[in-house]
Each structure stands twice: as structure tokens, then as C-alpha cells.
Write a protein that binds this ligand. Structure first.
Ligand SMILES: N[C@@H](CCC(=O)N[C@@H](CS)C(=O)NCC(=O)O)C(=O)O
Length: 229
């Protein structure tokens, strides 16, 4: 199995929330994969997948793009390995969690880590990143990233449903972690890879959940290389 992942200037730093969902999913299933560093501007390297985003998973003749599609593919293909989804109801709710993470958490975290993220990018990606993101945001990266202290309050309030759930059970998926956990954890790993900024208050009960996923599967996430200044 090969996994194309977004890499920073230091190609050992993998800096995509969506790719982290799949790194955790592969570790959960115990599937060893060769991870291939990819850069935003290297569209040609993944043109075979028919689109221009990572993660892209290659397994013999199968090519699957999009993290949600890859997660479904992994469970359908590796039936004898631990399931990412406990069943149809679990998968349906995980889809909500995936969308919540992508549409609420990622933009809120982006405000907190934008300049660290930009600085971690490979030189070859900086112009493309600035141009596409400033166009999408309708403002400069610097303006978007201003007033981090106010933005972190907004972010921490967004975590309320996560916090309330994880105060009464070990993982979003119950007593064991599952794909819904990785959808949210991927967002935290995105920040961790490129920034030293602490997303959680020191007393936040979410530390327990985040730490146990950092340590899961032999410390797959904890041992990941970070782009620190
Ligand atoms: N819905 C997709 C989103 C993938 C995505 O947006 N990947 C980013 C990296 S985090 C990307 O490859 N962007 C390419 C670009 O912006 O040109 C998924 O879940 O896999």
C-alpha cells in the first residue's frame, strides 16, 4: 500500500489533517504503508488519480482519493483487520463528525496556525498556497491570522460537544477509538506538525483523549516529525 501525503519543507513533516485521518486508519487496521511525500505544486505526481488532492491511496491496481472514500475502501477491502466503522449506523454518524471537523474545526484551527503553517511549507509551495488561500479567504494570510487570542477562545468553545462526550467515555466511538476519533484527531495533528501553539487550555479534559491517540499504535502520531522553529 502506498499513501501520498502532503509534506512540509522538511519532507518528513506530514502536514495534512486529511492525510492524518488515513495514517491513523492504517495504523488502526495494522496495515503497513509506504508514505510518499507530496507537495501542493506537484500535481503531476498524483494526476493518475484523476484529481489534485491528497491523500491518495494506491493498492495494487486500486487508486482511491479522498480520505472518506479511502476509509470506506480500507474496511471493505481488509475485512479481517480491525474495523474502522462498527457498522452502518456508526459509519453514518462518523460522516457527520468528518464534516464537523472539516467545516468547523479546520477553519478555526487555520486561524491559529496559519503563519506557522505557511512558514513550514516547502519554498516551491509558498506562492501557490498564498495565492489560492488568499483568494478563498478574501484577505491576506496575515490579516486572517491576526488576533489569535480572540480566535483561540472561539476555537475552544467549538470543542464543547467533543469535551462533553469525552468526559463520559474514552473515545468518540466508545471504549475503543474508531474513524470518527481520527477525523477529529487529524485536525489536531495538522496543528501539531507545524506549530507549537497550544490549542487546548492546560486543564482541558480533552488532553486525556488527545494523549491516548498520540500514544496509540506504538506512538504513530507522537513520534511524527514536527516542523519546529
Ligand atoms: N475531502 C478531501 C480533502 C483533501 C484536501 O483538501 N487535501 C489538501 C491537503 S490537506 C490538498 O491536497 N490540497 C491541494 C490543493 O489545495 O491544491 C479529503 O478528505 O481527502
Amino acid at each position: 500500500v502506498k499513501l501520498y501525503e502532503l509534506a512540509a519543507g522538511n519532507s518528513d513533516v506530514r502536514m495534512s489533517p486529511h492525510c492524518w485521518k488515513i495514517r491513523m486508519a492504517l495504523a488502526h487496521k495494522g496495515i503497513g504503508a509506504q508514505t510518499i511525500p507530496w507537495r501542493f505544486t506537484d500535481k503531476e505526481a498524483i494526476a493518475f488519480s484523476g484529481q489534485g488532492r491528497v491523500p491518495v491511496l494506491v493498492n495494487n491496481d486500486d487508486v482511491v482519493a479522498d480520505s472518506w472514500a479511502i476509509a470506506g475502501y480500507l474496511d471493505a477491502t481488509y475485512k479481517s483487520k480491525p474495523d474502522l466503522f462498527a457498522g452502518e449506523a456508526d459509519k453514518s454518524l462518523a460522516l457527520f463528525v468528518n464534516h464537523w471537523s472539516d467545516s468547523s474545526l479546520l477553519p478555526a484551527i487555520a486561524k491559529l496556525i496559519m503563519m506557522d503553517l505557511y512558514n513550514a511549507l516547502a519554498e516551491c509551495d509558498r506562492e501557490y498556497f498564498r495565492e489560492t488561500r488568499e483568494k478563498a479567504l478574501g484577505q491576506s494570510l496575515e490579516t486572517f491570522a491576526a488576533n489569535r487570542e480572540a480566535a483561540v477562545e472561539v476555537f475552544r468553545r467549538l470543542l464543547a460537544p467533543l469535551r462533553m462526550t469525552l468526559e463520559s467515555q474514552p473515545y468518540l466511538c466508545g471504549s475503543e477509538s474508531g474513524y470518527a476519533d481520527y477525523c477529529v484527531f487529524g485536525a489536531f495533528m495538522w496543528a501539531r506538525g507545524v506549530s507549537e501553539y497550544e490549542l487546548l487550555e492546560s486543564q482541558d479534559p480533552l488532553h486525556r483523549w488527545r494523549n491516548s491517540l498520540l500514544d496509540a499504535f506504538g506512538g504513530e502520531a507522537r513520534n511524527a516529525v514536527r516542523a519546529l522553529s
